[in-house]
Ligand binder design. Structure first.
Ligand code: ATP
Length: 200
């Protein structure tokens, strides 16, 4: 496998804004959130394992996973969360590896909000952090999701603290300006990754 860059950051930090820019440069982007949804699609073995483990209530009438019901259930049942993760995490990891292997661009990017927490950073050569001051995280995420800043703050509280994330990063962009400011920080990194990809 060639060079793999892991891109991470907290809620509303600008991961999608950054990874869309890399995709526009022709870089293949593997999105861990998309993979997590793919592996529980109807017909996938993980979905039948989840149904067997939890019961028929996890399915909606159309046979797809009732994500909201399951989310609520694991919120109040820590053991259920562990069981769910035992079913999903190995499959997510396998599919991520497979998608990374099939990438044809000079280097490939793995975007994951839980890159470090779920040890997906072990799959990458470098970690790029999209860092953002907390007040901007709050305002941008609540605007995007039409949620109160209190609701976003709750999510931020259970995510890895900003300083801890920074210690795991090889490269950091600070998304505290407009998108032009963000892109101007991404261009030199893209050049650096292209150069690095020739040495791997
Ligand atoms: P999540 O993990 O919650 O999905 P994310 O890290 O992918 O979030 P984005 O969706 O890229 O974050 O950004 C959050 C919101 O902030 C979006 O509505 C996006 O358009 C906006 N945004 C991102 N960067 C900037 C910026 N530099 N200036 C203004 N708005 C921005």
């Amino acid at each position: 496998m060639g060079l793999i860059i892991g891109l991470t950051g907290g809620i509303g930090s600008g991961k999608t804004a950054a990874s869309d820019w890399f995709a526009q440069q022709g870089i293949t982007v593997v999105d861990a959130d998309v993979v997590a949804r793919e592996i529980v699609a109807p017909g996938e073995p993980a979905l039948s394992d989840i149904r067997q483990a939890f019961g028929n209530w996890v399915l909606q009438p159309d046979g797809s996973l009732d994500r909201a019901a399951l989310r609520q259930h694991i919120f109040s049942h820590p053991d259920a969360r562990t069981m769910l993760e035992q079913i999903t995490h190995p499959r997510i990891r396998q599919r991520i590896i497979s998608q990374l292997q099939h990438a044809t661009s000079p280097y490939v990017m793995l975007v994951s909000p839980l890159l470090i927490e779920s040890r997906q950073h072990e799959l990458v050569n470098r970690v790029l952090l999209v860092d953002v001051p907390e007040h901007l995280q709050l305002s941008r995420a609540s605007l995007r999701d039409s949620q109160s800043s209190e609701a976003i703050a709750k999510i931020m509280q259970v995510q890895m603290p900003r300083l801890q994330r920074q210690t795991h990063a090889d490269d950091i962009v600070v998304n505290d300006g407009d998108l032009t400011h963000l892109y101007s920080q991404l261009m030199p990194l893209h050049q650096q990754y292209l150069a690095l990809s020739n040495t791997i």
